[in-house]
Design a binder for this molecule. Structure first.
Ligand code: UD1
Ligand code: CA
Length: 472
């Protein structure tokens, strides 16, 4: 058995600069889902036919697997031509050819395997999947004869008004006898509304030569939902997301508002995790047991330890270890590591830095390229000045140091273990362990400045309640 995935079409109805089959679904491109289904079939070969944005589509497929052959379609348009080109690389010994569409992403390998089984048992020349749809608009219709056998497939653009009333549609998923394809594909014309070589025309050829065509109706029509425009894309996205969310709920994850939570297929969650409304979990993200994520947070490629909390925050490519707490309103960028029990609080941005065990950065700070020691406390409004315009430098804060509010650490700089820094200090030189760093300049008050420079102002009167009273 050989599998051919059709992915050469332009996807005009998407109105997109991005090729249709590369639009994302649960964290991977549409075509990635179909490639995964194909690989699960253990076929002798899997080929993907490309043409529109061929390099991009081929690159996406190769990034996922190296077990797939990329075939380039030529100038002749149509699904029939796509399969014909793919067959050039298929060995003569192959008996059956399964054709999948890259824009039908929810179809599972069990359904395809069952279709192949029926095809072989019946000794059919062609077996195709069909579905009965309330609204069949846009699909090719299955035309049956009075005895119920399949006569042909007619595309919407070529269908009579009567044929358009038919609700049984061609899903675009087939098993063909290899020999039958070799016989009929070269003879197909392009005399139709789209001037394309239609794969579906093989059906009437087979019927005309007394071959057997089976249309197997799928019970769950959504399995064969095609993505042709962005309305259909969002429907497929929501359906798959619902299935993913439901799967995690069954595995012991609390998700009280499933419709507002989006979880990529690649994400893993432990039991007793709670995912609150408005959360997106993306890429290689893993959440440990008992952690609470949300509301309103986005985590991408992030590891969260057991019992940790992330509230109203954005986290990319970071680690949040057990019992740590992040947010509300924090931004963790690549390389941020919050160790066990550590805290990154409100309006804090962290990049490429380690916040040590139990260390805290509670308020209004930027921590970049820093190493904050165990149990240290960073005062409100602290900035690591890590960039001199050319290079980035590191800040090291020793364990159990307590730094004052409104500090600037001008890197490279080191604050020793257990050291303190005064509020409002700019630290330009290393602070030895156990010392207190204070900036030498003290504040000088010029007495009487307001009376002299802003006479009779509200400030002036307020400053001298015995002589003049401020308005109100
Ligand atoms: C096709 C079927 C239609 C069926 C529908 C199901 C034909 C003629 N029609 O219509 O009966 O109801 O799928 O989803 O087959 N492609 C190529 N090369 C091409 C043209 C298309 O590889 O020259 C690929 C596309 O990238 C896509 C798939 O084939 O993955 C289907 O093409 P599309 O244009 O979407 O066909 P439909 O109009 O949906
Ligand atoms: Ca389609």
């Amino acid at each position: 058995m050989a599998v051919v995935i059709l992915a050469a079409g332009q996807g005009t109805r998407m109105n997109s600069a991005v090729p249709k089959v590369l639009h994302p679904l649960a964290g991977i491109p549409l075509i990635g889902h179909v490639v995964a289904t194909a690989e699960a079939l253990d076929a002798d070969s899997v080929s993907v036919v490309v043409r529109h944005a061929a390099d991009d589509v081929a690159a996406a497929v190769s990034a996922q697997t190296d077990g797939v052959v990329i075939v380039h379609q030529d100038d002749v348009p149509g699904t029939g031509r796509a399969v014909e080109v793919a067959l050039e690389g298929v060995d003569d010994s192959v008996a059956d050819v399964v054709v999948l569409s890259a824009d039908v992403p929810l179809l599972d390998s069990d359904t395809v395997r069952a279709m192949v089984g029926l095809h072989r048992d019946a000794g059919a020349a062609v077996t195709l999947l069909s579905a009965v749809l309330e609204d069949p608009t846009g699909y090719g219709r299955v035309v049956r004869r009075a005895d119920g056998s399949v006569e042909r497939i007619v595309e919407e653009g070529d269908a009579s008004a009567e044929e358009r009333e038919l609700q049984e549609v061609n899903a675009g998923i087939y098993v063909f006898s290899h020999e039958v394809l070799r016989q009929h594909l070269p003879t197909l014309g392009q005399d139709n509304s789209q001037s394309e070589k239609y794969l579906t025309d093989v059906v009437s050829r087979v019927v005309a030569t007394d071959g057997l065509v089976h249309a197997v109706q799928v019970e769950d029509a959504w399995l064969v939902d095609g993505v042709n425009d962005r309305v259909q894309l969002s429907e497929v996205q929501r359906r798959l997301n619902r299935m993913i969310v439901r799967g995690w709920q069954r595995d012991g994850v609390s998700i009280p508002d499933p419709d507002s939570v989006w979880i990529d297929l690649s994400v893993t969650l432990s039991p007793d995790v709670t995912v609150l409304p408005g959360v997106q979990l993306e890429g290689q993200t893993h959440i440990g047991e008992g952690a609470v994520i949300g509301p309103d947070s986005t985590l991408r490629d992030t590891e969260v330890g057991a019992g940790a909390k992330v509230e109203r925050s954005v986290v990319h490519d970071a680690e949040i270890h057990a019992d740590a707490s992040v947010g509300p309103f924090a931004y963790l960028r690549p390389g941020a590591v919050v160790e066990d029990g550590g805290k990154v609080g409100t309006f804090v941005e962290v990049k490429n830095s380690r916040i040590g065990v139990g260390a805290k950065v509670p308020h209004l700070s930027y921590i970049g390229d820093a190493d904050i020691g165990e149990g240290a406390n960073i005062g409100a409004g602290t900035i690591t000045a890590n960039y001199d315009g050319v290079n980035k430098h590191r800040t090291v804060v020793g364990p159990h140091a307590k730094t004052g509010s409104d500090n600037v650490f001008v890197a490279p700089v080191e604050i020793g273990a257990g050291a303190y820094t005064a509020a409002g200090t700019t630290i330009r030189r290393n602070v030895p362990a156990g010392s207190l760093a204070v900036a030498p300049a003290s504040v000088r008050s010029i007495e009487g400045w307001v009376a002299k420079n802003r006479p009779d102002s509200d400030a002036d009167r307020a400053s001298r309640p015995e002589t003049g009273s401020a308005k109100n």
